[in-house]
Design a binder for this molecule. Structure first.
Ligand SMILES: [Zn+2]
Length: 68
């Protein structure tokens, strides 16, 4: 299942693994990767903060999201 720019690494997630998932996002400014929580992504209205260049952007602005 692929929705938008999300790329699920594991199509079948075992029950109980919903919490603690790591979501990797690519910064639209410096293209570096950093991790956030899927919860933040799911809300969609909270700006992510890139630790590399300190750019702030909404999840939808990320060129790529990987939900691990
Ligand atoms: Zn950045």
């Amino acid at each position: 299942m692929t929705t938008g720019n999300r790329t699920p690494l594991r199509p079948h997630t075992a029950p109980g693994e919903k919490r603690g998932n790591t979501t990797w996002v690519s910064c639209p400014s410096c293209k570096e990767w950093f991790h956030t929580t899927e919860d933040l992504i799911a809300r969609g209205t909270i700006a992510l903060h890139c630790p590399h260049c300190h750019h702030e952007f909404l999840p939808e602005k990320s060129p790529r999201l990987i939900v691990a």
